[in-house]
Design a protein around this ligand. Structure first.
Ligand code: HMG
Ligand code: MG
Length: 299
């Protein structure tokens, strides 16, 4: 069966903007975050406290959080890889963080400059300190389906790193199809294997990039397997037209259209969200890749 309600975890301001070739001005980011909350999104991932040289697009994270006017009832998680990142987040009163691991060694090295074991050792004190400060902690797991350097990633390998991330104390694990190669049968197989390893679907979220156009089909498979939190980015933001493996996340508008049709509650005002994505597309100087944004803009 399908759930009666789904929580959308909006990642446009983080996963979307981190992949944009241009650095978006801080005032535009702040207005974007305000408009996303005003459109009814209740979890709006805001930025990352990573090394500014690794992700220059989000180098303004401290100023962004200090200037952000938080809407009541809206959660604003941020990415934090290490103790230095947690120090920055705690200093600004952040209430919720996400650590981000990798199912493959190659991506762990490229994204975090360490091995899978090294990254878990880096996360352990971060999660412990965050939990003791009363924060909520999500774990992301990248390359759950395929990896650009290692090819298809075996399900047992993903399950093993997933268990280790959850054992650190994360309340939720988001399964990332970082390069968008997954297909629905693979999604079902992974969620089933996690269930057999003691990870119930209500502790999972799914995070699909739409590179191969599979994100909506994969989402439906995940919903049928009991997942009720879905990551997406407004307008499908993040698609760099010049980088083959870096297209955007599942567009929030495409997700909302599907969920509306299924009678699943999201609380999102689709028209307001489309206006927001059209406004952001203007700032970025190129149209949104979302089919629903384009269809509704033409109405
Ligand atoms: P490193 O270079 O190995 O760091 O990077 P280090 O610990 O050796 O420190 C080097 C210097 O960086 C030191 O400064 C630190 O203080 C500083 P120095 O002493 O040389 O002056 N430093 C920091 N400064 C500010 N904030 C920090 C920080 N940490 C160290 N947090 C590190 C290791 C993890 C920091 C680096 O690899 C990094 O920042 N990686 C982040 C990459 C990233 O953000 N990727 C995108 C997010 S993941 C994603 O998009 C996937 C996802 O969407 C799911 C999916 O789609 O699969 C989540
Ligand atoms: Mg991502």
């Amino acid at each position: 069966g399908l759930p009666s309600a789904v929580t959308i975890w909006e990642v446009g301001a983080r996963d979307g903007l981190q992949n944009e070739p241009a650095v978006v001005p801080l005032d535009v980011k702040l207005e974007f975050l305000e408009r996303l909350a005003a459109a009814g999104l209740t979890v709006v991932e805001a930025t990352s406290f990573v090394h500014p040289k690794w992700v220059p697009q989000l180098a303004d994270a401290d100023e962004l959080i200090s200037r952000l006017r938080q809407a009541p009832g809206v959660r604003y998680p941020v990415l934090v890889p290490n103790d230095r990142g947690l120090d920055r987040a705690l200093a600004l009163g952040v209430r919720e963080i996400a650590i981000f691991g990798s199912a493959t060694e190659t991506f762990a090295m490229r994204n975090l400059n360490t091995t899978v074991d090294g990254s878990l050792a880096m996360f352990e004190p971060v999660v412990r300190r965050a939990l003791s400060s009363g924060l909520r902690v999500r774990g992301y797991l990248s390359m759950c389906f395929g990896d650009p350097w290692e090819g298809e990633v075996p399900v047992p390998q993903v399950v093993s790193v997933a268990r280790r991330l959850l054992d650190l104390g994360c309340d939720q694990l988001s399964l990332g199809d970082t390069i968008g190669v997954g297909t629905p049968g693979h999604v079902t197989a992974l969620i089933t294997a996690l269930g057999s390893a003691g990870v119930p679907a209500d502790r999972l979220a799914v995070h699909f990039h739409d590179t191969y156009g599979q994100a909506l089909a994969n989402t439906l498979a995940a919903l049928q397997a009991g997942v009720t939190t879905v990551d997406s980015s407004a307008g499908g933001l993040g698609g760099c037209p010049y980088a083959k493996s870096a297209t955007g996340n599942l567009a929030t508008e495409d997700l909302v259209w599907q969920l509306n049709g299924l009678g699943i509650e999201t609380g999102v005002d689709l028209a307001a969200l489309v206006r927001t994505s059209l406004w952001m597309a203007d700032h970025l100087g190129r149209p949104s890749p979302s089919a629903v944004v384009r269809a509704l803009a033409a109405d």
